[in-house]
Write a protein of this length. Structure first.
Length: 358
């Protein structure tokens, strides 16, 4: 089959790296990059490091409001789909690139495979929830990472062509974690002046990029919690809040926090795997903490990945210093036999289902 994959944001490059490797053994893949993430260390670095084939199209669309970004993507994706006439479109997760791809494909009657279908927070105030619900509604094949996603879809009346396959992020984590030794020279973090940083022996790993946490007050609370810990914190900063974060840390002399440019995927999973604890608002990083058996505190109001919450391995905290510190002090209980994200072979399962229906 000829399959168009549409990606645009950092976590989608990682998921596509895992699935494309398997998909391309049996199918022709046309890769469309919307351009949503465009800085070298938010995009190119992933294609190079993970050896993702160069996109066949880069639409160069980024920034602006949700409507403008999604609308411009929709127009250009439609043009490409009309030209390429694929048998199927593969979409990942819940970004604006996902939604634009979904609207373009369904209106052209091209079946959509939605990878990472069914997750729900229960609020439309979260922009990704809107993208998830709308994409799920128009998808022909829904590939769920976890049981709870299947249950959410069932509660909405969607049971046809819903497949529990496991998490492609776990596939990627299993595949690359085993190779970190081979890639030692790729484990690098750089400060805002592009100077290489030495990773300390003990450290906390922080990532924080959600619009829900972007006010100065909330960022100040999160950063003061991290600054008060016994070890330094490594924090690769997403470009959306670079200036704010830099200015808060400088103004308050938060010397216990090492700010870096966004890091590569291998560096990020190295940092997760070797840190003391993780604090994040990222959907991907909270799962990776769980994969690496590292305690995680998620600074967010909603449970995104309920499976990670078992035994307090991941806990929600409000963006307040005291709450974050209190949650970091709770002792988690790991259940060794509990593997809710599959067996690291989600992508093989997805491709074998695609083969059987194609
Ligand atoms: C997007 C996704 C979010 C995902 C995140 C992954 C949506 C609605 N949100 O959020 O689900 O968790 O990606 O990282 O799609 N910017 C740059 N350089 C870049 C990319 C972004 O400077 O390479 C800046 C731009 O000013 C842009 C802002 O960051 O306006 C926000 O980027 P955007 O893609 O709109 O949303 P994310 O916060 O990255
Ligand atoms: N990540 C990365 N570099 C960074 C921060 C995160 O490679 O500087 C990786 C992280 O390990 C995970 C993915 O990016 O694999 C998560 O993406 P992000 O947090 O941007 O989005 P979300 O998962 O919240 O949608």
């Amino acid at each position: 089959m000829k399959i168009c994959t549409i990606v645009g944001a950092r976590p989608q490059f990682i998921k596509a790296a895992a699935l494309s490797r398997v998909l391309r053994k049996e199918h022709i893949e046309i890769l469309i990059h919307t351009g949503q993430h465009y800085d070298a260390n938010m995009s190119d670095i992933f294609f190079e490091e993970l050896q993702i084939p160069k996109p066949d199209y880069n639409l160069g669309i980024s920034g602006g409001g949700h409507g403008k970004m999604t609308g411009e993507m929709l127009i250009k994706i439609e043009e490409v789909l009309i030209k390429e006439k694929p048998d199927m479109v593969v979409l990942y997760g819940d970004t604006n690139s996902t939604l634009a791809g979904a609207i373009a494909a369904v209106k052209l009657h091209i079946p959509i495979c939605h990878v990472e279908a069914g997750n729900r927070l229960g609020t439309l105030s979260n922009p990704e929830e809107v993208n998830r619900i709308l994409t799920d509604k128009v998808s022909a094949f829904l590939f769920c990472c976890v049981e709870s996603a299947v249950e959410f879809l069932k509660a909405e009346g969607q049971t046809k062509n819903v497949y529990l396959v496991g998490d492609p992020m776990y596939d990627a984590f299993c595949f690359y974690r085993g190779r970190l030794n081979e890639y030692k020279s790729n484990i690098n973090a750089f400060d805002f002046d592009n100077e290489k940083i030495t990773i300390p022996e003990n450290y906390y790993y922080l990532t924080c990029h959600r619009p829900e946490n972007e006010s100065e007050d909330k960022l100040f609370e999160i950063l003061s919690a991290m600054n008060s810990l016994e070890y330094k914190t490594i924090y690769p900063v997403h470009p959306r809040n670079k200036e704010k974060i830099y200015s808060i840390c400088k103004k308050n002399n938060f010397k216990n926090i090492i700010l870096t440019l966004p890091v590569s995927y291998l560096t990020s999973i190295y940092l997760v795997s070797n840190c003391t604890k993780v604090v994040t608002d990222s959907g991907g990083v909270q799962r990776e903490a769980f994969f690496a058996k590292k305690q995680c505190v998620t600074v967010f109001n909603y449970i995104a990945w309920p499976e990670t919450m078992a035994g307090n391995c991941n806990q929600l905290a409000s963006p307040q210093k005291d709450d974050i510190l209190a949650k970091l002090n709770v002792k988690p209980e790991w259940k060794n036999s509990y593997e809710p994200f599959g067996d690291g072979k989600a992508c093989e399962k997805i491709v074998s289902i695609i083969n059987s229906v194609g």
